[in-house]
Write a protein that binds this ligand. Structure first.
Ligand code: SF4
Length: 439
């Protein structure tokens, strides 16, 4: 009889602003874990955003992926399965940083990239020799990483977006980000012929519904390895697809890459601009960003028909209350097609978390509040209330109908994507504000 495994993606107890985006997006993690499961096992998956967990499910082994804001719910689920006598294992960035905490709720923890240790966990479980910690001692060669098993989710329940990964890792090591610790400081690349196998399965652009059949390249910086990116884009030229991705602002200086992006129907790039202050960027370790160049960089991308979703963080040690009106003025006169703000959040596993903890500045470890919409630490130059109120005020300004109309009119780039994007975030904002009044 084959081993039955149930993989679970928990939902946050509180809604994160924009968490559902105007898409319901599938996470890559568990379908990737499923692909690396020994072939004699039967794997099912539950995404709590789609349907509730059945605690009476016929499963021998329960696997739960844990990101920090979902940790509280993940532990609740684990406790309930344990109460019913099931074996529960966990993986993901949060439990990789805090395996001892996770072991209070489960039997074993995968520390680091799951692909390397998951098959061993399953084999040990079969033999009744499950250990508590499985540490991935080396990073996976992306040529060996199997494509995610999308057959374990009901794709009809999600937005028609295909998530594809072509690189992992980042050497920049910003103090608020766990990517360098988790995925390593070296850019690893997936051979383009393997990416092509996934791209070839994506349905072509839908003539009648512009937002259908998009690829989202999940790489933190798709242009990090220029040679690989050129090869990828040249491959994409043969396919009738459209795509979105994430890139550093430096992409604006590379006309050859932008031309290829335009030819391959890149609708937009998400760019982590983080701050308008050079001092803050130095503080967090992202010196590659030059705020004086932001608006011109966006103009350049627009000339190639590529829209920009700019993301910023508020609450750095250099930020005082003047950051809010300054940022609001900048956004109002900007040409950003879309903007996203988050409150600085010290996630376990980051340098920022270690520093805040050693300085005694963490307010609590109520993980569901680590969702970038709540303040979970004592800011240096303002109060907790000022940061929370300023964040909401700033979002209201940036997502006012006037600001949306002005920005989109200036950018005039892929409004079929960016207008719904802005309106969906605006609706999330007002839902969140209504929710917080009720709290
Ligand atoms: S925020 Fe981006 S640039 Fe900074 S470490 Fe993370 S992935 Fe790298």
């Amino acid at each position: 009889m084959s081993l039955k495994i149930l993989l679970i993606s928990p939902i946050g107890l509180k809604k994160i602003l924009g968490a559902d985006f105007f898409f319901k997006l599938p996470f890559l993690g568990l379908p990737t874990v499923a692909a690396h499961t020994p072939p004699d096992c039967e794997v099912k998956m539950v995404d709590e955003r789609i349907r509730p967990v059945d605690f009476d499910a016929d499963a021998d082994l329960i696997g739960i992926s844990v990101m920090t804001p979902l940790a509280t719910r993940a532990y609740e689920i684990a406790d309930e399965f344990k109460r019913r006598g099931k074996t529960v294992v966990m993986g993901g960035m949060h439990v990789s940083a805090l395996p001892e905490e996770a072991l209070e709720h489960c039997d074993a923890v995968a520390v680091g990239e799951g692909e390397k240790v998951w098959p061993q966990m399953v084999e040990d479980f079969k033999r009744g020799e499950l250990k508590e910690i499985y540490q991935a001692n080396q990073l996976i060669d992306l040529a060996e990483a199997l494509p995610p098993r999308w057959d374990i989710i009901d794709k009809n329940m999600y937005s028609p977006v295909d998530f594809i990964e072509t690189t992992r890792g980042c050497p920049i090591n910003c103090n608020f980000c766990a990517v360098t610790q988790f995925y390593g400081a070296k850019y690893r690349t997936k051979p383009v012929h393997l990416v092509e196998e996934m791209v070839a399965k994506v349905k072509p652009v839908d003539k009648f519904f512009a937002l259908k059949n998009l690829i989202f390249f999940v790489d933190d910086n798709i242009v990090a390895n220029r040679k690989h990116c050129m090869e990828l884009l040249n491959m994409l030229k043969s396919y009738n697809i459209q795509w979105l991705g994430q890139a550093s602002v430096s992409v604006a200086k590379d006309d050859e890459l932008l031309k290829l992006m335009s030819e391959t129907r890149c609708l937009g790039l998400l760019i982590g601009m983080e701050s308008l202050s050079e001092d803050t960027l130095a503080e967090c370790g992202k010196r590659i960003n030059k705020p004086a160049e932001y608006l011109e960089a966006v103009n350049t991308l627009h000339r190639y028909g590529i829209g920009v979703k700019a993301t910023f963080m508020i609450g750095f040690d250099n930020d005082d209350i003047s950051v809010f009106p300054k940022m609001a003025r900048f956004i109002t006169r900007s040409n950003f097609d879309s903007v996203y703000f988050s409150i600085l959040t010290p996630y376990p596993g980051t340098r920022l978390f270690k520093r805040m903890e050693s300085e005694g500045r963490l307010l609590h470890k109520v993980w569901e509040k680590y969702d970038t919409a709540h303040v979970v630490f004592r800011p240096r130059k303002m109060t907790v209330e000022q940061l929370e109120e300023g964040f909401t005020w700033l979002y209201k300004k940036a997502l006012s109908m006037k600001s949306i109309a002005l920005r989109l009119a200036r950018g005039r780039t892929n409004p079929q994507f960016f207008l719904p994007d802005n309106l969906a975030f605006r609706s999330c904002l007002f839902r969140m504000l209504r929710g917080s009044k009720k709290d």
